[in-house]
Design a protein around this ligand. Structure first.
Ligand SMILES: NC(=O)c1ccc[n+]([C@@H]2O[C@H](COP(=O)([O-])OP(=O)(O)OC[C@H]3O[C@@H](n4cnc5c(N)ncnc54)[C@H](OP(=O)(O)O)[C@@H]3O)[C@@H](O)[C@H]2O)c1
Length: 213
C-alpha cells in the first residue's frame, strides 16, 4: 500500500484513475483540487480530500507529507508556474516520484500532416507553456515520468502503445481511460519509466487528424 497525492483531482483523467485505484488497489489517496466541494469520497477510509491551488508551493508541501507518489493532472496557461511549485514542494517535502500529464507536441515530435495540424490547433498559448512545464520537470532531479497523450477521447476503451522522447509520435488519439490505466500501472510499479517522457497513442490511429475531428 502506498500513499498517492493526486493534483487536479477533479480532472477527467484524474477521476478515472481515482476510480481504478479505488477498485483495483489498496493505495491511500489524497485528492487535491480547487473548490473541493465538487468531490465526495466514496471510501472515507482511503480518500482524503484537500482543497488547494497547485500554484501554491506551501499548500502543495503540506499535502505531500508522507506521500510516496505525486500524480499531477493539471492544466492551464500557468502550468509552468504550477510545475515549478510542484518541484519546489516535492523537494521540500522529500518526495521523489512524480507522474506528470503533459501533451503531445511539446518537443515538435509529431510528424507529417498531423503534426502540422497539431501545431495549427495548439500553437499560440497551449503548447508553449506545456513545453516550458516539461522543461521544469526535466531540469529537476526528481524521479519523474512525463506522459504525452495524443488527442483525448472519452471512449470506453483501454488500448495504447508508447513512444519514447526522441522518437516520432505515433497515432492521433487515445482514450482518457487508457491514460488513467498507464498512470495506475506506474503507481503500482514506480520503478518503471523513471526520467522517461512517454508519448501515448491508441494503436492504428494514424491519420491527418483524430477521428472525432
Ligand atoms: N484534450 C486533449 O485532447 C488533450 C490531449 C493531450 C493532453 N491534454 C492535457 O491532459 C491533461 C489532463 O487531461 P484531462 O482531460 O484530465 O484535463 P482536465 O479535465 O481539464 O483536468 C485538468 C485539471 O487541472 C486542474 N487545475 C488547473 N489549474 C489548477 C490549479 N492551479 N490548482 C489545482 N488544480 C488545477 C483543473 O481544475 P479545475 O477543475 O479547478 O479547473 C482540472 O480539474 C490536461 O492538461 C490537458 O490539457 C489534453
Amino acid at each position: 500500500m502506498s500513499k498517492i497525492l493526486i493534483l487536479g483531482a477533479h480532472g477527467q483523467i484524474a477521476r478515472l484513475a481515482t476510480h481504478q485505484l479505488l477498485t483495483t488497489t489498496d493505495h491511500q489517496l489524497r485528492l487535491f483540487l480547487r473548490r473541493a466541494n465538487r468531490l465526495t469520497a466514496t471510501d472515507v477510509t482511503r480518500e482524503t480530500i484537500i482543497e488547494g491551488d497547485a500554484s501554491n508551493p506551501l499548500s502543495l508541501q503540506a499535502a505531500m507529507a508522507g506521500v510516496d507518489v505525486v500524480y499531477a493532472n493539471l492544466a492551464g496557461h500557468n502550468i509552468a508556474a504550477q510545475a515549478k511549485a510542484v518541484v519546489q514542494a516535492m523537494d521540500a517535502a522529500g518526495v521523489r516520484r512524480l507522474i506528470w500529464i503533459s501533451t503531445l507536441g511539446i518537443y515538435d515530435e509529431v510528424p507529417g500532416a498531423f503534426g502540422r495540424w497539431n501545431h495549427q490547433q495548439l500553437d499560440g498559448g497551449y503548447l508553449e507553456p506545456y513545453a516550458a512545464a516539461a522543461q521544469v520537470i526535466e531540469a529537476s532531479d526528481l524521479a519523474y515520468t512525463i506522459i504525452r497523450p495524443a488527442w483525448l477521447s472519452n471512449r470506453d476503451l483501454v488500448s495504447y502503445e508508447l513512444t519514447q522522447k526522441g522518437e516520432p509520435f505515433k497515432g492521433t488519439e487515445v482514450s482518457r481511460k487508457s491514460i488513467a490505466d498507464l498512470v495506475v500501472r506506474l503507481i503500482n510499479h514506480p520503478e518503471q519509466a523513471v526520467r522517461h517522457s512517454l508519448g501515448v497513442n491508441q494503436p492504428d490511429t494514424d491519420g491527418d487528424k483524430p477521428s472525432f475531428y
